[in-house]
Design a protein around this ligand. Structure first.
Ligand SMILES: [Fe+2]
Length: 349
């Protein structure tokens, strides 16, 4: 459904208000060739309406010759900021960067955040943005779950489909995504609504079964049969099954990088306004399928880098895989049971 300018403007104003944007602060809107024109126009007006000084930094895309997909998350590595100190200086000098380009994990982004600049990524189509406008309640819920995760020494995940895996925790911080940036140096992504961390390096062992109907990203497909991953000492060492497994194996092999098979972030979805079922209802060229990453009760795991959380592993290959109907346990306590979120003690929705 088309979105009115007014509705998208109000959505931006809500996000900027939650992000504590103040009169006189500098907002830089980072854009590229794939930036949605309505999202850009309404972001600009919303920031101006709140008294901000508004800049736009438009950068040409990179990596086209290396990526196998138009999805901006399909190839991680160099960004338009690599070797571009002028652009980095402009972003560091801003209070808030609205990333309508998809900068993502990079040393440059980490450096900009360290300067105190906030970065909010927003690249989903306007229809998805207005459906998933964040609230203070989203933040409170994600924070409550994150606090639980931060205390845990182990995450275990099981499912009727056959998943049975353990992840030792403690080496890496917990990251909360709730779709606004209310603190200096904070990065977030609208839409979102989930918490995650990274398992201790080399410590994950077990089996993950991607069941029929689960989602692979950036492939943006629902699997038609089970894919069985054997995980040994932090890496997926076998990917078995039918044609879906073959496709995944071939795609990952194209990166020719053993680090692409490492277990990356692990966590669970908490956003009730995102849905498992919506992925094919949007043009797959226009969306990065954040619904799939954030829908309530998923177990979202990924393969690839851990530099986002301070680890040493960088790799261009990054696969996000949200699973349905899993039970996620922290030190033996269910936090998701058969795909249903269990609220932490003391937290009332
Ligand atoms: Fe990911």
């Amino acid at each position: 459904m088309a979105v009115s300018d007014y509705q998208l403007l109000e959505a931006w104003q809500q996000v900027l208000k939650l992000s504590n944007l103040e009169k006189g602060q500098t907002v830089t809107i980072l854009t590229s060739t794939s930036t949605h024109p309505q999202t850009l126009a309404m972001a600009q007006i919303a920031a101006q309406s709140m008294g901000a000084i508004v800049n736009r930094l438009d950068l040409p895309p990179v990596n086209a010759e290396k990526a196998l997909s138009r999805d901006p998350l399909a190839y991680l590595g160099t960004t338009p900021l690599t070797g571009n100190p002028a652009a980095i200086a402009m972003l560091k000098a801003s209070d808030l960067v609205l990333d309508l380009m998809t900068l993502l994990f990079s040393p440059e982004q980490i450096d900009i955040l360290k300067s105190g600049t906030k970065i909010l990524l927003a690249v989903e189509p306007p229809e998805v943005l207005v459906r998933t406008v964040p609230t203070e309640a989203d933040r409170a819920r994600v924070k409550a779950h994150s606090a639980n995760l931060a205390k845990a020494k182990e995450m275990a995940v099981v499912s009727d489909a056959g998943t049975d895996i353990r992840f030792p925790l403690g080496e890496f911080p917990v990251i909360s995504e709730y779709a606004f940036v209310d603190e200096p140096g904070r990065w977030d992504h609208w839409p979102s609504g989930f918490c995650f961390t990274f398992p201790n390096e080399g410590g994950s062992n077990g089996t993950i079964v991607i069941d029929k109907g689960d989602i692979l990203l950036p492939q943006k497909c629902y699997t038609s049969d089970k894919i069985v991953l054997t995980v040994e000492n932090g890496y997926a060492t076998k990917i078995e099954g039918g044609v879906d497994a073959e496709l995944l194996r071939e795609y990952m092999a194209s990166f020719d990088d053993p680090e692409g098979y490492a277990i990356s972030h692990i966590g669970w979805g908490l956003q009730p306004r995102c849905h498992w079922s919506t992925m094919l209802l949007y043009d797959r060229e226009q969306s990065i399928a954040m619904d799939a990453r954030a829908y309530e009760g998923n177990f979202l795991f990924s393969l690839g880098p851990n530099n986002e959380a301070g680890g040493n592993r960088t790799t261009a290959c990054h696969i996000d895989i949200p699973l349905r109907n899993c039970t996620v346990k922290l030190d033996g306590q269910d936090v998701v049971r058969n795909g249903k979120v269990i609220e932490p003690e003391g937290y009332a929705k």
